[in-house]
Design a protein around this ligand. Structure first.
Ligand code: AMP
Length: 114
C-alpha cells in the first residue's frame, strides 16, 4: 500500500503527532481537529474500509478501542465523555481508505451528527 498516507504514517515515512502506539495499532492527532481532542486510531496493517474486516482481522477493532480508551484517559476526557466514529465509504464521509477510529472530545457534542 505504497500510496496510502496512513500506511506511511504507520511506517514512520510520514510524520504525525503520535500519542499512543503498540505492536498492532497507532494513534495520532488529526491534522484538522474538530475538537480539543481529535485523535485517529489506525491498525498498522492496511485495511481499506470496515467492509473489508473479516473474522481474522476483527480482533484488531478491539485493540483500536482499547487504544481509544487509553487516549481518552491520557487527554483527561474519560469521565467528561468522548465520541468514537469510524466512517465507512463515501456517504459516511470516509476520505482516507485505511480504517481509522476518530476519538473526539473536550467539548460538548450534539446528536445526531449532520
Ligand atoms: P475520514 O473522513 O473518516 O476518512 O477521516 C480522515 C481524517 O484524516 C480527517 O479528519 C483528516 O483531517 C485526517 N488526516 C488527513 N491527513 C492527515 C495527516 N497527514 N495526519 C493526521 N490526520 C490526517
Amino acid at each position: 500500500m505504497d500510496q496510502c498516507i496512513f500506511c506511511k504514517i504507520a511506517s514512520g515515512a510520514l510524520q504525525a503527532d503520535r500519542v499512543y502506539e503498540d505492536d498492532e495499532v497507532l494513534a495520532f492527532r488529526d491534522i484538522a481537529p474538530l475538537a480539543p481532542t481529535h485523535v485517529l486510531v489506525i491498525p498498522k496493517r492496511h485495511i481499506d474500509t470496515l467492509n473489508d474486516l473479516d473474522e481474522l482481522s476483527s480482533p484488531l477493532v478491539g485493540r483500536m478501542f482499547l487504544a481509544a480508551r487509553e487516549v481518552a484517559l491520557r487527554d483527561g476526557i474519560s469521565e467528561r465523555g468522548y465520541r468514537t466514529v469510524m466512517n465507512c465509504n463515501a456517504e459516511a464521509g470516509q476520505v482516507i481508505f485505511h480504517i481509522h477510529l476518530h476519538v473526539i472530545g473536550g467539548r460538548p457534542m450534539g446528536w445526531p451528527p449532520g
